[in-house]
Ligand binder design. Structure first.
Ligand SMILES: [Zn+2]
Length: 215
């Protein structure tokens, strides 16, 4: 397989180790194939530097039928569940990035105490409950927490992070920003009691960033 989407998904994977979000073969990205009930996702257990468009897996969202030669990521059922229940989502990223996962191990939301976080996440990054890998339990928890939430990122208790986006690139951006704010907010707590931001200001920052920022 060497579609445009497989090329994009393979290429985006390089941003995960480059930004310190993953170690060894953990972490994965997928993208919804526009106009079909399939997604492209990372193969299982292949090193990031060996990922190419040709070893990406193309998987049917309902049956999880694998159209590729490689065994798909062990998080495939979770990604498929999210695509099936959130039609607006076109890309998903999963990592165990260290600062965000440290918050998750405490079962704590990351509080919104810096303006960059208000911009990107529109409030705190929520932490969902504990769920076991393999079936649909994690997907159900991600969909439950993120439905109607402004944050494109969710922490999973004792586990790690899932981010969603309109495109795989948007989801990767959210994963990088999530780890960045998780680190800064952690550091802020080492210095004492961080100051909260007025919720009305959070709303205004998020609206300005969502509507006016960029080219
Ligand atoms: Zn995981």
């Amino acid at each position: 397989m060497n579609t445009e989407l497989a090329t994009e998904v393979a290429r985006l994977h390089m941003l995960l180790p480059a930004n310190g979000l993953v170690t060894w073969t953990s972490g994965n990205i997928s993208g919804r194939q526009p106009g079909s009930d399939t997604m492209v996702i990372k193969p299982s257990g292949i090193m990031f530097e060996d990922l190419t468009p040709d070893n990406m897996c193309e998987v049917e969202l309902h049956s999880l039928h694998n159209r590729s030669d490689y065994k798909y990521s062990s998080d495939t059922a979770t990604h498929a569940y999210i695509y099936r229940h959130m039609p607006e989502v076109g890309g998903i990223v999963h990592t165990h990035s260290p600062y965000a996962t440290a918050w998750a191990a405490n079962g704590r939301d990351i509080p919104c105490i810096i303006t960059a976080m208000a911009d990107e996440f529109g409030g705190p990054i929520p932490c969902g409950g504990f769920a076991l890998i393999g079936g649909e339990e994690i997907g159900r928890e991600v969909v439950r927490v993120l439905s109607g939430h402004r944050s494109p990122a969710v922490l999973l208790q004792n586990h790690g992070v899932f981010t969603i986006g309109r495109t795989p690139r948007d989801a990767v951006k959210a994963a990088i920003m999530c780890e960045d704010v998780a680190r800064t907010v952690f550091l802020a707590h080492q210095l004492g009691e961080p100051l909260p931001i007025d919720p009305a200001a959070v709303d205004r920052l998020h609206r300005r960033y969502t509507n006016d920022y960029g080219q």
